[in-house]
Design a protein around this ligand. Sequence first.
Ligand code: MN
Length: 204
Amino acid sequence: MAFTLPPLPYAYDALEPAIDQETMVFHHDKHHQAYVDNLNKAVDADPALQGQSLEDLFVGISKLPKAVRNNAGGHWNHSLFWELMAPQGQTGAPSAELIAAIDRDLGGFEAFQADFNAAGAGQFGSGWAWLIVQDGKLKITSTPNQDNPLMDLAEEKGAVVLGADVWEHAYYLKYQNRRADYLKAFWSVVNWNKVNALFAAAKV
Ligand code: MN
């Protein structure tokens, strides 16, 4: 069965002013659609890959063609990314359990935000910043391109709790080269209800 583009769970302008409508239209309708289309082409070309889930593909991604790695990653990363954001007023708040784990593993909420932003700002070129659960502990990491912490080749593997797209296409129309300003604004639209659920499912 072919992979399909999930609809955005909110209107294109719902994340303004943090993320502008034009960026969301291009990011979802053009960039994410292209990952889906190119993933389907790559899978169509190789019968051995058909019927596998994205997570199945990630387990052995280092042995698969670059087109599969880039586009399967792009599809999974973006599908989650849309859900990790919500309009202001609908974002909820970090759960007491998540806050406690952040205090225990990351030195408190302010240090967590600063280190997450630094991971995103410090990712050379295109990539993602991540908050993961690894061996029962929260950890901040980043990946290049459309790699993610589920892939067998990731330097830091774990269950994803939060991710931020730091490709220029995610912010350039509004923020130009100011990636740090985009990451600062990202926190105003983080969907803590989703983050809390991912953390609850991931922790040992
Ligand atoms: Mn993107």
